[in-house]
Design a protein around this ligand. Sequence first.
Ligand SMILES: NC(=O)c1ccc[n+]([C@@H]2O[C@H](COP(=O)([O-])OP(=O)(O)OC[C@H]3O[C@@H](n4cnc5c(N)ncnc54)[C@H](OP(=O)(O)O)[C@@H]3O)[C@@H](O)[C@H]2O)c1
Length: 302
Amino acid sequence: MTSQTIGAAASGTWELGDLRINRIGFGAMRLPQTGEALVADAVPRDREQAIGVLRRAVELGVNHIDTAAFYFSPLRSANELINRALAPYPDDLVITTKVGPGRAPSGRWLPHATPEQLRGQVEENLRQLGRDHLDVVNLRIVGTDSIAERFGALAGLRDAGLIRHLGISNVTPEHLAEARAIAPVVCVQNQYGIGVRPDHDEFVRACGELGVAYVPFYAIAGTGRQAGASGAESDEVLAVARAHGASAAQVRLAWTLHRGPHVLAIPGTGSPDHLVANVAAGALRLSEEELASLDSFHRRGA
Ligand SMILES: NC(=O)c1ccc[n+]([C@@H]2O[C@H](COP(=O)([O-])OP(=O)(O)OC[C@H]3O[C@@H](n4cnc5c(N)ncnc54)[C@H](OP(=O)(O)O)[C@@H]3O)[C@@H](O)[C@H]2O)c1
C-alpha cells in the first residue's frame, strides 16, 4: 500500500467522553530509549529523533498520544519529550496517561500506588506535561483485587478538575463493572492483538456495546511485549500483507481496528518510517475472507 500521504483521519474517529480523536494514535513508550523499554539500564534514544517522531505524528493527524510518567530511561522521559516537542499543545490533542505503577529515579519498579499516592502520580504527570489538567487517566493495575478504592480516589481528582476522563488498564470485565459504578469510564487499555488473548474477544465486544473504547497495547509487539516486535510472523498475516502490498505490522494494526469502531490503536515506534506506515494502516480495509483467515490464526493463539 502507498503510505506516504495517508493521515490518521483515514482510520475514522471515536469520542473519548467529549474528546474526538482519530482512531490511529501513538504510544510513547518506545521514545525514551532504543531497545527494550522499562528496564533500568535502557539506552537513551537521541532526543531530536524522538522529538521528530512526535512532531511528524501530529503532522500526520495523530491527536491521541498515550504516555506515562514511568516511561523513562536514564536520560529521557516520554512526558518531557512530548512537552518539548508539542507544547503549546494543539487544541485537538488528547494525551492519555496512566497511574498506578511507579519507578524510582534509578528505574527500579516501586510497589503500585496506594489510593493516597495516586494524587502525587497525577501531579507528576501534570508537571512533566506542563498542563493544568490531564485529558484521560488510566488506572493501571495488576491482579484481580478490587479497584474501588483506587478508582474512587481518581474519581475524586476528576471531580476536583485535575482529570477530564477516566479509564482503566490491565483489567477484567468485573473491574470495568466495579469502576463504572463509581464514575464514567471512557476506555479500557489491555494487552490484545492478533493471536494474543482470544479469550478477551467477548470483553472487547462488550466494551463496544457500553460505548467504552478498547485500546489494545502491544498490538504489533505481540508476545515480544516490552522487548518489541520479534519479526517472526504467521503465514496468515504474511499472506494478507502480501495481497495488500503492506507490512505484517500494518496488517496487525488493521486487524485490531476491524474488531469494532470503538477499538483504538496506539502503536509505538521510534522510527519515522514505521510511524508513517502505522498511520497509513488506518486506511487498510480487509475483506471478509481475509478477516476469517486472520481470525482463525487469532483463535489458535500466537
Ligand atoms: N497499559 C499498559 O499496561 C501498557 C503496557 C505497554 C504499553 N502500553 C502503551 O501501548 C503502546 C503500544 O505498545 P508498544 O509501544 O509496544 O507498540 P507496538 O505497536 O505493539 O510495538 C512496538 C514494537 O514494534 C515495532 N514496530 C512499530 N511499528 C512497526 C512497523 N510499522 N513495522 C515494524 N515494526 C514496528 C517497534 O520497533 P521500532 O521502534 O523499531 O519501530 C517496537 O519494537 C505503548 O507505546 C504504550 O503507550 C501500555
